[in-house]
Design a protein around this ligand. Structure first.
Ligand code: HMG
Ligand code: MG
Length: 291
C-alpha cells in the first residue's frame, strides 16, 4: 500500500453549504484560491442543486467562474440530476459527483427520491459525464446511521456503492453524514464495501459530531483506504441531516496522517491559513440546519 494519502478538500462545498449566513461569492472564491496553493489535487467547491433547497450554493456558477485555476488541481461540483450536470459542465467543473444514500429516509429528505429512483436518475448523468471525459464520484450518505431510519446495515451501503460503481463512477465516497459512527462500525461497513468496490476507489467522508472521525480514519487506513475528505476549519453539515456537525477538519487529518508517517503533499502553513479564513466565514446561527 502506498504511503501517499489524498486529502480531498470539501470545505468550500460541504463546509459552507450549511452556513445560515449567505456568504458572498467573493469570499468563497478567496477561500478556493487559498486552497489551490496548498497542494490539494481536488477541491470540491460548487453544488448545482436547487437553490430553494440549499440557498448557500446558489452562487456556485459565480464561484466557478471567479476562481483562479491552478494547474494540476481539479475543481469538483455536485450534480444531483441532468440539470445540475449541464450547469456544472457549463461552469467547467473538472469532476462531478452524484450523491445517493444507503437509507431511504435520507434519500427522500435530501434529494426527494427513493434509492431506486435516485439510481435511475443518476445513470444518465454519469453516462453523459463519462462520455465527456469528466470523472464522476458517487457518494453514498448515511453509511452507518440515518437521522430518519436509524442504524444502516453494511450490506445496504455495499448495494448502493456497487450500483454507483457499475454505473461508471470512478470513485465511491462513503459518507458518515451524522458523524456518530464508531470506528468499529465504520470498519465493518468498509469491509462490506471492499467486497464489491476496489479499495483504491473508496474515499472516506466522515463528519465529526462524535469526535471519532480520526479514529475511524485510522481503521480505514488499516483497511487500505487512501482517500479522505475533510473541510478546512472543520466546518460543515448537511441541511437534511439535523444534528450533524462539521466535516472532520483538514488540519487535524493532515497532522494525524503526518504523525502516522503518510505523505499528503500539503503545505501545512497554507492549510492553516485557509482554515482561519474558513472559520472567519462561519455565521453566527444554525437557521438552515434547524429548518
Ligand atoms: P425536486 O423538487 O424533486 O426536483 O428536487 P424536480 O426535478 O421535481 O424540480 C423541481 C424544481 O427544482 C424545478 O424548479 C426545477 O427547475 C428545480 P421550479 O419549476 O419549481 O422553479 N431544479 C433545479 N434547480 C437548480 N438546479 C438543479 C435543479 N434540479 C431541479 N440541479 C433535487 C430534486 C435533487 C433538485 C433537490 O432535492 C435538491 O436540490 N436537493 C439538494 C440537496 C442537497 O444539496 N443536499 C446537500 C448535499 S448532499 C450532502 O451534503 C452529503 C454529502 O456531503 C455526503 C455525506 O456527508 O454523507 C455529499
Ligand atoms: Mg458531507
Amino acid at each position: 500500500m502506498s504511503d501517499f494519502v489524498e486529502i480531498f478538500e470539501v470545505g468550500p462545498r460541504d463546509g459552507l453549504q450549511n452556513e445560515a449566513r449567505i456568504i458572498p461569492a467573493a469570499d468563497k472564491i478567496a477561500l478556493v484560491d487559498a486552497l489551490s496553493g496548498a497542494g490539494f489535487r481536488r477541491i470540491e467547491c460548487a453544488s448545482f442543486v436547487n437553490p430553494k433547497w440549499v440557498p448557500q450554493m446558489a452562487t456556485s456558477a459565480e464561484v466557478m467562474a471567479g476562481i483562479t485555476r491552478a494547474p494540476g488541481v481539479a475543481y469538483v461540483a455536485l450534480t444531483p440530476n441532468m440539470r445540475g450536470l449541464t450547469d456544472a459542465l457549463a461552469a467547467k467543473a473538472d469532476e462531478v459527483a452524484v450523491f445517493g444514500s444507503a437509507s431511504e429516509g435520507f434519500s427522500k429528505a435530501n434529494i426527494n427520491a427513493t434509492i431506486a429512483e435516485s439510481l435511475e436518475r443518476f445513470a444518465p448523468v454519469v453516462a453523459e459525464a463519462v462520455a465527456r471525459g469528466v470523472p464522476v464520484r458517487g457518494y453514498v450518505s448515511c453509511v452507518v446511521d440515518c437521522p430518519y431510519d436509524g442504524p444502516v446495515a453494511p450490506e445496504a451501503v455495499a448495494r448502493v456503492a456497487k450500483a454507483l460503481l457499475d454505473m461508471g463512477c470512478a470513485e465511491i465516497g462513503l459518507g458518515d453524514t451524522l458523524g456518530r459512527g464508531s470506528p468499529e462500525r465504520i470498519g465493518a461497513m468498509i469491509d462490506a464495501v471492499k467486497d464489491v468496490v476496489p479499495v483504491e476507489r473508496i474515499a472516506g467522508h466522515f463528519h465529526d459530531t462524535g469526535g471519532q472521525a480520526l479514529a475511524a480514519m485510522e481503521v480505514a487506513l488499516g483497511q487500505g483506504v487512501r482517500i479522505f475528505d475533510a473541510a478546512v476549519g472543520g466546518l460543515g453539515g448537511c441541511p437534511y441531516a439535523p444534528g450533524a456537525a462539521g466535516n472532520v477538519a483538514t488540519e487535524a487529518v493532515l497532522d494525524r496522517l503526518t504523525a502516522l508517517g503518510f505523505e499528503t503533499g500539503l503545505d501545512r502553513d497554507a492549510v492553516m491559513h485557509a482554515a482561519r479564513m474558513a472559520r472567519a466565514m462561519r455565521g453566527t446561527g444554525d437557521a438552515v440546519r434547524d429548518a
